[in-house]
Design a protein around this ligand. Structure first.
Ligand SMILES: CC(C)(COP(=O)([O-])OP(=O)([O-])OC[C@H]1O[C@@H](n2cnc3c(N)ncnc32)[C@H](O)[C@@H]1OP(=O)([O-])[O-])[C@@H](O)C(=O)NCCC(=O)NCCSC(=O)C[C@@](C)(O)CC(=O)[O-]
Ligand SMILES: NC(=O)C1=CN([C@@H]2O[C@H](COP(=O)(O)OP(=O)(O)OC[C@H]3O[C@@H](n4cnc5c(N)ncnc54)[C@H](O)[C@@H]3O)[C@@H](O)[C@H]2O)C=CC1
Length: 437
C-alpha cells in the first residue's frame, strides 16, 4: 500500500518529479525525461505557465490551429482553435468556406446577464423575512459599493438582488438571487466578491433586526457562489440560403435540406442523439473557448443545462425550410471574457484574441457561437451524405500512421494511397505492411 505524502505542494518541481517517478512510475525509466521534454526552454515563460495552477510538473501540449474564411456579420475572421481531435478544424474550415459563399454567418448578442446566489437557511416567519429583505436590500448594495465602483464606470455592476423562497424543494432553503453585468470579463471573481459581501452584510443586519426572534436572527449562510447557468447571457448565430444552393453531389438542394431538417428534428427529440449532436457543437465552441484562455468547464456546464431548459435534453441547433429558404440557427448561453483569467496572461490566448481583432466579450460570444454552428453544420452534412467516417478518418490517417511509426516517406505514400481507399486502422496496417514487404 502506498503511503500518503504530506507537504507535497512545498517540494521543488524536481523533487515532485522524483517522488512521482519512484512512487507511481517505477516501470517507466525515462519518466522524468518525458516530463522535462515539455518544459519551455525560456525559463521565464516556463515559470509563468507553472504559476497558472498548482503542483505543476510539466506542460500539456494541445494543437493550436486556425479555421480561416469565417464571414461573420460581413467581417472576415480566422478563428483560433485549440483541440486534440482530428477533423474538427478541417470541418470548421470547410463549413466556413461553404457559408462564406452563401452570405456568411449572422450573429447577435441577445443578453449579457450573469447570475450569482447567496444560499441560506431560515426557519422563521417568511413574512418577516420578506420585510427584512425589503429594508436590507439597499444596505447590501451600499456595502458592495467599493467592489462595484470600477465596474459601474465601465457600464457594468449589480443589476438586481431578489429574495427567492426555495422551501418547496428543500426545508428552510432561501436564496438571494443576484444578477450582474460584467462587461468584458467573464466576471467570476467580481461576482463572487460581491456575493460574499452581500452574505456577510445580510447576516450582520439580521442579527440587528429587532423584529426577528433570537433564532430568526441566526440566519445560516451556506454558501455564496456565481452560477454557470446563465440563460440570459445568450447569443444567436444563424445561416440561411435558398434551398437550391444546398445541392450536394448527387443530392438536390431540396433533398439535402429535407434530410438535414429531419436530422435536426431527431436531435431535438432523441436525447441519445442530442448529446452527440451537441458534443459536435462543443467541438467548435470548446476549441475557441480554450484557445482564447476562457473556462470551457464553465461554458460546458451552462450549455448542457440550457439544452435541458424545456424539460428534456435536446438539440441546441434548429433548422427549417420556409418558402424555399433554408434557415439553420442556434441560441446559446456563453459567459466569456476578453479580459481577466488567462486571457491576457497566456501568450497564445493573447495572440488568439489579437487575431480576432481584440474583440469585446460580446464579439467573442458571437464568434464562439458561430464556430459551434459551423461545426454542427459540417458534422450533420457529413452524417447525412458520406457518413462521418469518410472525412473524419481521412483526417485521422496521420494519427494511425504515427501509431504505426510510419516514416515521412511511408506517410507520403500512404496519404496518396488513401486518396482512393477508405481509411480504417486495419486497412492502414495492411497497406503499410504491403509497402514494407
Ligand atoms: C473532414 C472534412 C472537412 C473533409 O472534407 P473533404 O470534402 O474531404 O475536404 P476537401 O479536401 O474537399 O477540402 C474542402 C475544405 O475542407 C477543409 N479541409 C479539408 N481537409 C483539410 C485539412 N486536412 N486541413 C484543414 N482543412 C481541411 C478546408 O477548408 C478545405 O478547403 P481548402 O482549404 O482546400 O480550400 C469533412 O469530411 C467534414 O467536415 N467532416 C465532418 C468531420 C467532423 O465533424 N469532425 C468532428 C469530429 S467527429 C465528432 O466528434 C462530431 C460528431 C460527428 O459526432 C457530431 C455529431 O454526431 O453530430
Ligand atoms: N465557477 C466558475 O466559473 C469560476 C471560474 N473562475 C475562473 O475565473 C476566471 C475569470 O475570472 P474573472 O473574474 O472574469 O477575471 P479576473 O478576476 O481575472 O479579471 C476580471 C477583472 O478585470 C477587470 N477589468 C478590466 N477591464 C475590464 C472590462 N473592460 N470589463 C470587465 N472587467 C474589466 C475588472 O477588475 C474585473 O473584475 C475564469 O477563467 C475561471 O477559470 C473562478 C471561480 C469560479
Amino acid at each position: 500500500m502506498i503511503d500518503p505524502i504530506s507537504g507535497f505542494s512545498k517540494l521543488e518541481k524536481e523533487e515532485k518529479i522524483t517522488w512521482l517517478s519512484k512512487t507511481y512510475l517505477k516501470g517507466v525509466e525515462n519518466a522524468p525525461e518525458i516530463l522535462r521534454q515539455y518544459w519551455n526552454p525560456n525559463s521565464n515563460l516556463q515559470q509563468l505557465h507553472e504559476e497558472f495552477t498548482e503542483n505543476t510538473l510539466s506542460n500539456y501540449y494541445l494543437p493550436f490551429g486556425i479555421a480561416p474564411n469565417f464571414l461573420i456579420n460581413d467581417f472576415r475572421y480566422a478563428i483560433p482553435m485549440a483541440i486534440e481531435e482530428s477533423s474538427v478544424i478541417a470541418a470548421a474550415s470547410k463549413a466556413a468556406k461553404f457559408w462564406g459563399k452563401r452570405g456568411g454567418f449572422k450573429a447577435e448578442v441577445l443578453g449579457t446577464k450573469k447570475v450569482g446566489q447567496v444560499h441560506f437557511m431560515f426557519s422563521g416567519d417568511k413574512d418577516k423575512l420578506k420585510e427584512f429583505f425589503r429594508q436590507v436590500k439597499p444596505v447590501l448594495l451600499e456595502a458592495a459599493e467599493p467592489l462595484t465602483r470600477n465596474m459601474k464606470k465601465r457600464g457594468g455592476g449589480i443589476l438586481n438582488i431578489e429574495l427567492r423562497d426555495k422551501t418547496e424543494s428543500l426545508n428552510d432553503y432561501h436564496q438571494l438571487h443576484c444578477t450582474f453585468e460584467t462587461k468584458d470579463s467573464m466576471g467570476a471573481n467580481f461576482i463572487n466578491s460581491c456575493l460574499e459581501r452581500f452574505a456577510e452584510t445580510f447576516k450582520e443586519q439580521a442579527h440587528q433586526y429587532e423584529t426577528f426572534t433570537a433564532s430568526e436572527k441566526d440566519i445560516e449562510i451556506v454558501m455564496s457562489i456565481l452560477s454557470n447557468y446563465v440563460p440570459e447571457c445568450i447569443v444567436r448565430a444563424e445561416v440561411s440560403c435558398p434551398v437550391e444552393q444546398l445541392a450536394d453531389h448527387d443530392m438536390t438542394g431540396e433533398a439535402f435540406a429535407g434530410k438535414f431538417v429531419r436530422a435536426l428534428k431527431i436531435a431535438e427529440t432523441e436525447p441519445f442523439r442530442a448529446v452527440t449532436h451537441n458534443k459536435g457543437i462543443m467541438n467548435g465552441i470548446d476549441a475557441v473557448v480554450l484557445a482564447t484562455g476562457n473556462d470551457f468547464r464553465a461554458v460546458e456546464a451552462g450549455v448542457h443545462a440550457y439544452a435541458c431548459k424545456d424539460g428534456s435534453y435536446s438539440s441546441l441547433t434548429h433548422a427549417e425550410v420556409r418558402n424555399g429558404e433554408f434557415k439553420f440557427w442556434m441560441e446559446i448561453p456563453l459567459a466569456l471574457g476578453t479580459v481577466g483569467g488567462l486571457t491576457g496572461l497566456h501568450p497564445l490566448s493573447k495572440i488568439a484574441l489579437e487575431m480576432l481583432q481584440n474583440p469585446t466579450a460580446e464579439d467573442l460570444m458571437k464568434i464562439v457561437a458561430v464556430a459551434g454552428l459551423a461545426q454542427n453544420f459540417a458534422a450533420v452534412k457529413s452524417l447525412i451524405t458520406t457518413g462521418i467516417q469518410q472525412g473524419h478518418m481521412k483526417m485521422h490517417l496521420m494519427n494511425i500512421l504515427n501509431q504505426l511509426n510510419a516514416t515521412p516517406e511511408e506517410k507520403e505514400k500512404m496519404v496518396e494511397h488513401f486518396k482512393k481507399h477508405n481509411v480504417s486502422h486495419s486497412a492502414v496496417e495492411e497497406a503499410l505492411k504491403n509497402l514494407r514487404s
